[in-house]
Design a protein around this ligand. Structure first.
Ligand SMILES: [Zn+2]
Length: 75
């Protein structure tokens, strides 16, 4: 059986393989962008976080489900 090693967005179970301590917040958490960076593409303006979130350097981020979110909030 072949396994896909790359993290792909799925809805079944938990795909988070976090070995950080303390564990990174999940993608659904409000502080999800504080997770560790696992793939730094800052030269392209984004990086992938441990929980699958794609964080852009303009303050927006993308959930593993592909939902665009805004980091900054108009308080
Ligand atoms: Zn982690």
């Amino acid at each position: 059986m072949r396994r896909i090693t790359e993290v792909t967005p799925t809805t079944e179970g938990s795909t988070t393989m976090c070995d950080h301590s303390p564990e990174c917040p999940s993608a659904g958490d409000t502080d999800c962008c504080t997770a560790h960076v696992t793939a730094d593409h800052s030269e392209q303006g984004w990086c992938r976080l441990c929980n699958g979130v794609i964080l852009f350097d303009d303050g927006a981020y993308l959930t593993p489900e592909g939902r665009p979110m805004e980091l900054r909030r108009s308080a």
